[in-house]
Design a protein around this ligand. Structure first.
Ligand code: ZN
Ligand code: ZN
Length: 143
């Protein structure tokens, strides 16, 4: 991950009374620049670096601080870094195989949402938008 994001992580932690410990650094770098990961995948990737208890504690803290978010596919979920540390984006996820595609730089969506909020007298601060469906492979198989 970039120095800038690392500094940002440290800043958010510090302003909430936490320091940048090894597990926190590890979890953040594992989630950096990757597709969203399930807790099982995170456990697998972090097992040589931090123990399972620290992993769960750290993810819990990050969720509380808004540094990571859950993306639900059905009742299962995956974890990714939130907009605080990465660029704002949306997802399209497959209900069948769980594949997730990140949608970035769709300016039209952003301005539509902003004007939608405005029409209701709101200034939009943030939003989440998830599209769920079936990927090309799965639609072919399920047809
Ligand atoms: Zn699929
Ligand atoms: Zn957006």
């Amino acid at each position: 991950m970039t120095d800038e994001s690392l500094r940002l992580l440290q800043k958010v932690l510090k302003s909430n009374g936490y320091s940048l410990t090894q597990p926190r650094r590890v979890v953040c770098s594992l989630l950096w620049d990757t597709e969203p990961l399930s807790m099982r995948e995170l456990t697998e990737r972090s097992k040589d670096l931090i123990d399972r208890a620290s992993l769960y504690r750290t993810v819990g803290l990050f969720e509380k601080l808004g540094l990571v978010q859950r993306i639900y596919i059905g009742w299962k979920y995956k974890i990714e870094l939130s907009d605080v540390l990465t660029h704002h984006h949306h997802h399209i996820s497959c209900l069948h195989c769980g594949k997730i595609v990140a949608i970035t730089e769709e300016k039209e969506i952003e301005s539509t949402i902003a004007s939608l909020a405005q029409r209701h007298g709101f200034v939009a601060a943030n939003h989440q938008l998830e599209v769920r469906g079936y990927c090309a492979d799965c639609s072919a198989k399920l047809a």
